[in-house]
Design a protein around this ligand. Structure first.
Ligand code: SF4
Ligand code: SF4
Length: 428
């Protein structure tokens, strides 16, 4: 029988048919793998299943829903819409599935959202975000400012590094101080960079997550063209979401031939290289790094693949070998190295960490339509910190930070700080 050539660039439910039909309904995607579970209290991995408690709210349940819709056995109802978007697209299900099976769960969830969006079923809040990307070049619908204004003198057009500020740092009034601190640290380390200001296109990540793949493709092309025009040989992302998007999603639709770095990697390198002087501080106790999903398991580099699926002893195999995303391709060590170099005490760890970290409610555009679900997810992450005696939670994802900040007042013994703040306070 003639083999059909397939690729790992998938958009529609039909494109992921071969993978989603391999789901064996084992439910492993609800949890981190048993081998890494450290205690029963923090053994759940899927924020939506933990909140809504229906199988349909898990990765495997959504895969089953995709199968049903694609076969015409069911149709898109309000309840289907709520289930599809009541998920943070955190990707835990995808990497947990890969531990023992091989379903492309994340790609299936994206294809499911595209199907719902293409059928014209869209939340008004999501439509506002889509309209804002198209009309304003950013996805924000509140707290909008122009943080770029203070940066006009910072750009060095001869620099090899392009600083990719991202829509959130560039536009969210709550992030202006953080953005300024990053610039101060880079200047203190004599790192030169160029900025695109208003010519920096939004990556379109929100459109991808809502299901408007056509808009995401257009933004991807704009991103690719803008980077190429600068002639930069490195792109430095300030936002974890942009890091994930430029590494794992944009290259599916537009060429990106330059290395993409995250600010935590640069901090690590300039501290290790002595370009930024830091001294240990004793102000922070029981410090732990919260792995943002965008920076960690969703930050792996996309590798294009095409080939065929065949069978050996009834076991499906791909020829040539297909890259498998185990969620380990993002940034995990750099922030931990930095914290170790800044604090006098021993750093702590969350039980659910690295590629199996629990989400903070920031991703997948769920926060726009189900803010209480996002808050409950952030609360569960901070409860884990509280249970483990973590008193200082550090992260460097503006969206995760804001999501955690919304409930931090419920945990009087825990403080939340960005890695940038931590470095600033170490008397650089
Ligand atoms: S998606 Fe993977 S982990 Fe989840 S039920 Fe299916 S086979 Fe099991
Ligand atoms: S992406 Fe995250 S929230 Fe959504 S089903 Fe998977 S584990 Fe659950």
């Amino acid at each position: 029988m003639k083999k059909v050539l397939i690729t790992n660039v998938t958009e529609n439910l039909a494109d992921v048919k071969n993978t989603r039909e391999k789901c064996i309904r084992c439910s492993m995607c609800k949890f981190p793998p048993l081998a890494v579970v450290e205690n029963s209290e923090h053994s759940m991995g899927c924020p939506s299943y933990e909140e809504f408690l229906f199988h349909s709210n898990s990765g495997g349940g959504l895969v089953a829903m995709a199968n049903s819709l694609d076969r015409g056995r069911s149709e898109i109802t309000d309840s289907v819409k709520e289930t599809v978007y009541g998920c943070t697209l955190c990707g835990l299900c995808d990497v947990s599935c890969k531990y023992g099976a091989a379903v492309e769960v994340f790609d299936t969830l994206l294809a499911l959202r595209k199907k719902v969006f293409d059928e014209g079923v869209v939340y008004p809040e999501h439509q506002q975000i889509i309209d804002s990307i198209k009309n304003n070049n950013h996805p924000l619908i509140s707290h909008v400012s122009d943080n770029h204004q203070a940066m006009k003198l910072s750009s060095d057009d001869s620099a090899d590094t392009l600083l990719w500020v991202g829509s959130h740092f560039a536009r969210d009034t709550r992030l202006q101080g953080w953005f300024l601190d990053i610039i101060k640290l880079l200047k203190a380390a004599n790192i030169s960079f160029k900025l695109l200001f208003d010519d920096e296109p939004d990556t379109g990540r929100a459109a991808l997550e809502i299901g408007d793949v056509e808009l995401f493709k257009r933004q991807s092309q704009k991103v690719s063209d803008a980077i190429k025009l600068t002639g930069a040989n490195q792109v430095l992302c300030l936002s974890a979401e942009d890091y994930s998007t430029l590494r794992s999603q944009t290259p599916k639709y537009a060429p990106l031939d330059v290395p993409i770095k995250h600010i935590t990697e640069i901090y690590d390198s300039i501290i290790k290289g002595g370009k930024l002087t830091v001294s240990k501080v004793d102000d922070f106790k029981d410090v732990a790094w919260h792995d943002p999903c965008y920076l960690g398991r969703l930050g792996g580099k996309f590798e294009y693949w095409e080939g065929v699926e065949t069978k050996i002893n009834q076991m499906p195999v791909y020829v040539p070998d297909k890259p498998i995303n185990y969620g380990t391709g993002g940034v995990f060590d750099a922030p931990r190295n930095i914290i170790d170099s800044l604090i006098l005490s021993t750093r702590k760890e969350f039980s659910r960490r690295k590629e199996y970290a629990f989400n903070a409610g920031e991703s997948g555009q769920a926060i726009a339509v189900m803010p209480e679900f996002a808050k409950a997810t952030a609360r569960r992450r901070l409860q884990e910190a509280d249970d483990l005696g973590i008193r200082t939670v550090v992260t460097e994802c503006p969206k995760a930070y804001l999501s955690l900040q919304a409930v931090i007042h419920e945990f009087s013994d825990i403080q939340l700080i960005s890695l940038t703040q931590l470095i600033m306070q170490s008397n650089y």
